[in-house]
Ligand binder design. Structure first.
Ligand SMILES: [Zn+2]
Length: 75
């Protein structure tokens, strides 16, 4: 017996959240989670402005990293 017709690719893409997400989830299946860069996990370079780890920073509206406010800076 013939299996039910698979959903068209376009429909599967839409269900996956759009083309980018569709490709991204497929890539992750093959290549694993996103790389943390050339230095590997836990070895990310600190911020060049404030010297704090980048994961303490927030991302601004324009995509740039914003340094966390330090108590010294507020004093
Ligand atoms: Zn910073």
């Amino acid at each position: 017996m013939v299996m039910a017709q698979k959903k068209p690719l376009r429909e599967r893409i839409r269900e996956a959240g759009g083309l980018y997400l569709y490709i991204n989830t497929r890539l992750i299946k093959y290549a694993g989670p996103a790389s943390r860069g050339p230095y590997g996990p836990g070895k990310e370079l600190p911020c060049g402005h404030c010297g704090r780890p980048k994961d303490e920073h927030t991302v601004g509206a324009d995509g740039a990293l914003l340094c966390p406010r330090t108590p010294e800076a507020d004093a």
